[in-house]
Design a protein around this ligand. Structure first.
Ligand code: GLU
Length: 440
């Protein structure tokens, strides 16, 4: 049974980069009729905040990415301790005592000598006496002893990968203060929860190599791994520093439609074109991980707005009824109003301005050259309410009376009624116009 997980650390709001990971794992599970787990990686009690856990759930709910169950690492510390003991008894876990400064110094020396900055396993040479002394002095942390062989896997996106374990430091799994680190927790969880597929960012490739050995050591089944490329800005610039400004809640605030965001993220970086999908099921059916490439993926927030407009153009009244009710659009006008408005908005925030225009009329825009013509035409305009044929009847009469036609006839009248030189078909707008301010 296909089981995937999205495993955010609740140390901040989730952003477009996290969304990519969440969405891919969600789509893989749903496509296979499997299970999608929301795993909260909260082993760091200092940085993990409950408000972020709530915010992550809220953001995923907004997008419709529903999970089958929630798991919390903070509730599984006993399991991690058990597996740590197991690794210890197998001789795959060893205590080391270097301080961060000492480790830093070692790395610098190695780099100066042109060597890769890999932990030298000096702790393995310590006698029991030395260890007791150091433990009492400064406390120790625990590392996983990698088997210095090549670690190989076929990545769902990157293809065949082979990493020499000797080029990687033995990962620290338990800190000096006893805190279990993500790598151990993740491996135990992936094994216990029967995770079959893990998709995550390519910044995790080295982690994956070490985790494969750890999963094998604790007797788990290695899931199939895939690493998606990282997002960059539109010019290819690193996005990592700016991701904070691309939080999902900010995009929601700016009026981005969930399906616009999902449609973009499910295709960006793949060989398939980005197209707005009508439903989550379409998105699930059309998803293919093998179409994604390893090159960094350019993300431009501005792309979300035309896509949001497209989503809204195809949105039924039933989906915006609450918004229209809140704006006070009378029930009998909602259908006609939405038909007109949805063609002329980029986000839902724009709906209000159209309703205000219909309800209160617009400040007229009248070019001096057209002033006389417009005055003559307005004198021929009956009072609101208007009908479906009001625009045609009126402009035909004005045309006969003034001899104007085409753009010279229609544009000044549109500007006088709406204050704009563009917008909806006037025949459709007229029945919604409750007031013509130019007439007052
Ligand atoms: N909490 C980890 C992260 O946010 C999860 C990585 C993983 O998917 O294993 O980077």
């Amino acid at each position: 049974m296909t089981t995937t997980r999205f495993a955010p650390s609740p140390t901040g709001y989730i952003h477009v980069g996290n969304l990519r990971t969440a969405l891919f794992n969600y789509l893989i599970a749903r496509q296979a009729g499997g299970t999608f787990i929301l795993r909260i990686d909260d082993t760091d009690p200092e940085r993990s905040k409950e408000e972020y856990v709530d915010a992550i759930k809220e953001d995923l709910e907004w997008l419709g990415l529903t999970w089958d169950r929630v798991e919390r690492q903070s509730e599984r510390l006993d399991r991690y301790a058990e597996e740590a003991d197991k690794l210890r008894s197998m001789g795959r876990f060893y205590e080391a005592f270097e301080t961060p400064t000492e480790l830093d110094l070692k790395r610098k020396k190695q780099l100066n000598m042109g060597k890769p900055p890999v932990y030298d396993r000096a702790a393995l040479e310590l006698s029991d006496d030395e260890k007791s002394k150091l433990r009492a002095e400064r406390g120790g942390h625990w590392r996983f002893l990698l088997d210095h062989a090549r670690i190989e896997w076929t990545d769902g996106i990157l293809g065949d990968l082979s990493i020499d374990a000797a080029s990687v430091s033995d990962p620290v799994l338990i800190r000096g203060d006893g805190q279990v680190l993500y790598t151990l927790a993740s491996v135990v969880d992936d094994t216990d929860m029967g995770i079959t597929h893990v998709v995550r960012g390519s910044d995790h490739v080295t982690n994956t190599a070490t985790q494969i050995q750890m999963i094998e050591a604790i007797g788990g089944t290695v899931p199939s791994f895939a690493h998606h490329s990282l997002l960059t800005g539109p010019q290819g610039e690193a996005l990592s520093k700016r991701l904070g400004t691309l939080a999902l809640r900010d995009l929601r605030e700016q009026g981005v439609e969930p399906m616009a965001l999902l449609s973009l993220m499910a295709r960006l970086g793949s060989s398939d074109p980005v197209e707005v999908r009508g439903s989550m099921q379409d998105l699930i059916d059309g998803f293919d991980l093998s179409k994604f490439g390893s090159a960094p993926t350019k993300f431009d927030k501005d792309d979300l707005f035309p896509l949001s407009a497209t989503v809204l153009h195809g949105t039924d009244l039933s989906k915006v009824k609450t918004d229209l009710d809140a704006l006070g659009v009378p029930a009998d006008l909602q259908d006609q109003f939405w038909t007109v408005a949805r063609e002329n908005i980029t986000t839902r925030h724009d709906i209000a301005a159209w309703w205000v225009l219909c309800r209160d009329g617009a400040d007229p825009v009248i070019d001096p050259d057209d002033a006389e013509f417009v005055a003559q035409a307005l004198a021929m305009l009956p009072d609101a309410p208007f009908e479906a044929d009001s625009w045609k009847t009126w402009t035909t009469a004005v045309k006969e009376a003034t001899g104007r036609k085409g753009r010279g006839l229609f544009m000044p009248l549109r500007k006088a009624l709406t204050g704009m030189d563009h917008g909806p078909d006037m025949s459709a707008l007229m029945p919604l116009l409750q007031t013509v301010r130019a007439k007052a």
